[in-house]
Design a protein around this ligand. Structure first.
Ligand SMILES: Cc1cc2nc3c(=O)[nH]c(=O)nc-3n(C[C@H](O)[C@H](O)[C@H](O)COP(=O)(O)OP(=O)(O)OC[C@H]3O[C@@H](n4cnc5c(N)ncnc54)[C@H](O)[C@@H]3O)c2cc1C
Length: 366
């Protein structure tokens, strides 16, 4: 075996897929089935230019990864023999007051300066673009480049595709990592695996697996709750991003409503207050959703990092250990880029300039 990947979320599975595609012998360890962590709850919005993505490095990384998406999804789906929905429907970010209008004007100026098409639509034009919006919507910033992907499907397909290319998935928890002469010893509930290279892709749980001499990766869980509603088909035309709420339309009429952001530790529950708040805000923005069928509520622990950027790169302390964790709100968006960077890195290529921004060593002895 060449590589042990710890964690089978969207990050671990897509990394395993790229490594297996490159001919590496890969073993993936996770006590859950692929996609059973945060990736199960992800809304799959791929939108580097929406609110909250105000840092230039994050926008640049997001744009680069988004550009990889169509070909990446095609490769994974073809290798797995199953479809993976990728919908380049664009975002409509809604302004409901003067402060929003000012903020969205700034976002448009940023997009314009960075060569990204963005349309500011007001009044009738906004309503024509997104007819279901509530009357208090004053305007929308439409960014056609943005898209959505079915994250659970992508994760499952990447796992199937990796398996088809020879990767092995072991349903077991990793308890400890230790440098050994020839690489790293990965102690699991079912025995010790030795590998020259190990990828830590354990999402919100990444702080718990620090080898001797290394600091724990400063990743902490931020819970997100997400609802699935079934509305009339074509209720929404775009991903609608509003005040503390976003709505993601799928062809079947399903609308994802996300998401809460809660600092509650490793508490993996959906709560009455979380669901109620999302429903209230969703139907305030799109009144027709009050009549939608409630299908499901999901939750996941986002892997938050102090600077909102992931750790993607080699350990400076433990030879053979690589980090692919801390993707916070953008694990779906950044998955193709993370996977391709990891495939290059594990083959010895450290030339990509993005690796400087993503270096784990920026957070201490990692
Ligand atoms: C409600 C919600 C909405 C979101 N919406 C978006 C969005 O629209 N766009 C976007 O880009 N991102 C979004 N995100 C963020 C995105 O889902 C995450 O960044 C991404 O799923 C992280 O993937 P991951 O593989 O790192 O972690 P996870 O999917 O959590 O996978 C980590 C895996 O590691 C395993 N693991 C943990 N400890 C161990 C151990 N000791 N041994 C072995 N395995 C272990 C876990 O069991 C888990 O399966 C959203 C998140 C949430 C919660």
């Amino acid at each position: 075996m060449d590589v042990v990947v710890i964690g089978a979320g969207v990050v671990g599975c897509t990394v395993a897929f790229e490594l297996a595609s490159a001919g590496r012998r890969v073993r993936v360890c996770d006590p859950r089935l692929p996609g059973g962590g945060a990736s199960f709850a992800s809304a799959g919005v791929l939108a580097p230019y929406v609110e909250g993505h105000e840092s230039r490095p994050l926008r640049d990384l997001g744009r680069r990864s988004l550009a990889q998406y169509p070909a990446f999804v095609d490769r994974v789906a073809a290798a797995a023999g199953v479809p993976v929905a990728f919908r380049p429907v664009g975002t409509a970010e809604v302004a409901t007051n003067d402060a929003d209008i000012t903020r969205l004007a700034r976002s448009k100026a940023t997009a314009d300066a960075e060569g990204v098409t963005a349309h500011w639509l007001q009044g009738t034009a906004a309503r024509e673009a997104e007819p279901a919006l509530a009357a208090h919507a004053a305007g929308v910033l439409h960014i056609p480049m943005h898209a959505a992907v079915d994250v659970p499907a992508l994760t499952a397909a990447a796992a199937v595709a990796a398996r088809g290319l020879g990767a092995e998935f072991v349903q077991t928890a990793v308890r400890a990592l230790a440098a050994d002469g020839a690489g790293i010893a990965v102690a699991t509930a079912d025995g010790v695996h030795h590998a020259p290279q190990v990828v830590l892709a354990t999402g919100a749980w990444s702080a718990s697996l620090a080898p001797a001499g290394a600091d724990p990766a400063p990743v902490r869980p931020i819970r997100g709750q997400l609802l699935h509603l079934a509305a009339a088909p074509d209720t929404l035309r775009h991903i609608v991003w509003g005040p503390d709420i976003y709505l993601v339309p799928w062809t079947s009429g399903t609308v994802f409503v996300g998401a809460t952001s809660e600092d509650v530790g490793f508490d993996e529950r959906t709560t009455a207050a979380g669901v109620a708040g999302l429903l209230t805000r969703a139907s305030a923005l799109v009144p027709a959703l009050a009549d939608a069928t409630f299908v499901a509520a999901r939750q996941g622990l986002r892997p938050g990092s102090p600077d909102d950027l992931p750790y993607v790169g080699p350990s400076a302390v433990v030879p053979g250990l690589f980090y692919a964790c801390g993707h916070y709100r953008n694990g779906a968006l950044l998955a193709p880029l993370t996977a391709s960077l990891m495939a290059g890195l594990l083959a010895g290529d450290r030339s990509d300039p993005a690796l400087a921004v993503l270096a784990p060593s920026r957070a201490g002895r990692l």
